[in-house]
Design a protein around this ligand. Sequence first.
Ligand code: AMP
Length: 273
Amino acid sequence: MIIARSVSELRKALDIKGGSIGFVPTMGALHIGHRTLIDAARKANDMVVVSIFVNPTQFLPGEDLSKYPRREEADFKICELSGVDILFYPDVSAMYGEDEVRICAPDVRGFILEGASRPGHFDGVLTVVMKLFNIVRPTRAYFGKKDAQQLALITQMVNNFFMDIEIVPMETVRESDGLALSSRNVYLNAQERQEALKLSSALKKATEIVMQGNTKSDYIKARMEETLLPLDVEYVAIVNRAFESLDEVVIGDTIVLVAARVGSTRLIDNVWM
Ligand code: AMP
């Protein structure tokens, strides 16, 4: 595995091998969720590139940028054992200069739900992903459905800017009790870890209600909110794949989303129907 710490090192490494490139952008503290993205990239491409970069521009002031988990040694081992060909591991100065051009998230879809809770977050996400895509020039890029709005906005950016990259959505990987894997789960103490299960329980409840034939969004959201008590809920939402609010679940075109704070940790989860 080649570890590239600068854009020029990465470009040199990419020149050695030809063929299709599968790309998995991450912020590190790798877990099985990241592994499934890497495995999928491995299977479908001649070469796999993973980036690990805790992107400062997607964190708002007061968020967890400085304490975001960093696991250099373990992450390098996981990448190596997963058959990653090139690991891009830049520092902030390799990625950003002064007074730069930025990508703006769309006015509506970029500023609802996650974008309302974290205004400006998606500008930072789209800017860094644009930079990474231009450096790596992947054939396919792999993103988790767990970050559903991020996945939708990156797909939109690729379409809006006529970029020749296939975005591959990947299912959310969960612990056996339902908790969605997240690098931020390490912030949870034992009691919070238990309370965090309320997010996946609420989504399970939504699925049960729909399977029983009730597709009314208001009813489903009310039952989910009951399940989430006493967590500090930021939003419960039912939208279509274009992130437009739905009064009723449409099977095949619905995402049910939840964001809540467990102690001081902000968690998100969703289910696609
Ligand atoms: P992150 O390191 O949190 O920025 O995540 C990097 C990529 O891994 C993103 O595309 C995430 O959506 C994806 N990801 C994070 N958690 C999971 C999970 N539990 N299952 C599948 N993909 C995930």
